[in-house]
Design a protein around this ligand. Structure first.
Ligand code: RIB
Length: 302
């Protein structure tokens, strides 16, 4: 069956604690009650794209454990096809430890578990990758698996290099990518660890990549679309975020759903900054992911 969006990547259980302020090295702080919620960058994107009205297949790995069952059930409840969500014996499902501080910013430590086992062989057997109109990739799985998925894709390839890869990125990957969506830190890392801050310097760095277009997410500054040697800045709505977890994920999903609908990159980014902002107004990675109607409602109610 053809699918609008094939999502390849991580599923985690998020263990979340709210704190006044994220602890520094050597510091212990007391926080609120522990919450256990579905997460993982790619699972968040799969659920976000489904809530935004598209057919979605998730390709990934979970453990043969309680957390894995919990995540599969959650994806299915959200209308995501899990036929290619594989069970990995003897390796636990991925877990993310998340602290969210009072201003909405977070710090995340991921234990990849089964996500780290997603292989090129798994990709070869996952038919939705070739059939997806858009294929969404990230970096919480081995980089060679990301490359294999980009090679197998026949539709538009979006790569969100999050979290910033610690190993060097094969040039071939950037060549295979149609739309690269880094945040500022990820952009700097891909650009050889040089610092950039002004819109002009961000745009100059993005133009050096071999992929056809780049959309840099800039938090409260919005996003910068760099394509065909031109840069367009899209400002973000002015809001006070409650929890920024998952905002980058819903942004990527909104770009993917817009491209399926035939919008151009600037229109896609205009929609995605609204979706990302609406996501920060509700707590938790997946509980916060809005439907299209909720995007307008939340921004209006704010
Ligand atoms: O982008 C937010 C996500 O990052 C969390 O859900 C967590 O699981 C990590 O993957």
């Amino acid at each position: 069956m053809p699918v609008d969006i094939a999502v390849v990547g991580s599923c985690n259980v998020d263990l979340v604690v709210n704190v006044d302020s994220i602890p520094t090295v050597g510091q212990t702080v007391l926080g609120g009650d522990l919450k256990r919620i579905p997460g993982g960058k790619r699972a968040n994107q799969a659920v976000a794209a489904s809530r935004l009205g598209k057919s979605v297949a998730m390709i990934g790995r979970i453990g043969d454990d309680e957390n894995g069952k919990f995540l599969r059930a959650n994806l299915e409840d959200n209308g995501v096809n899990t036929e290619h969500l594989l069970k990995t014996p003897d390796i636990p499902t991925g877990v993310a430890l998340i602290s969210v501080q009072d201003d909405g910013d977070n710090a995340i430590v991921v234990s990849p578990g089964a996500n780290g086992e997603l292989s090129s062989e798994d990709i070869a057997e996952a038919s939705p990758i070739a059939r997806g109109q858009v294929v969404l990739l990230q970096a919480e799985i081995p980089i060679e698996t990301v490359v294999a998925a980009a090679r197998a894709a026949e539709g538009t390839v979006i790569w969100n290099p999050a979290p910033a890869p610690s190993e060097s990125v094969p040039l071939e990957l950037l060549d295979l990518v149609d739309v690269l969506i880094p945040n500022q830190t990820e952009l700097e890392l891909l650009g050889g660890n040089r610092k950039v801050d002004t819109l002009e310097s961000i745009s100059e760095m993005a133009k050096t990549f071999p992929c056809s277009s780049t959309i840099v997410t800039l938090g409260e500054r919005g996003a910068l679309v760099v394509a065909s040697n031109e840069a367009v800045h899209i400002p973000a709505p002015t809001i006070s975020p409650l929890d920024t977890t998952g905002a980058g994920d819903s942004f990527c999903a909104a770009i993917a759903t817009s491209l399926v609908e035939g919008r151009d990159l600037v229109e896609a980014a205009q929609w995605a900054v609204q979706v990302g902002a609406a996501t920060t107004l509700v707590a938790g990675a997946q509980p916060s992911l809005p439907t299209s109607d909720q995007v307008f409602q939340r921004l209006k109610d704010w």
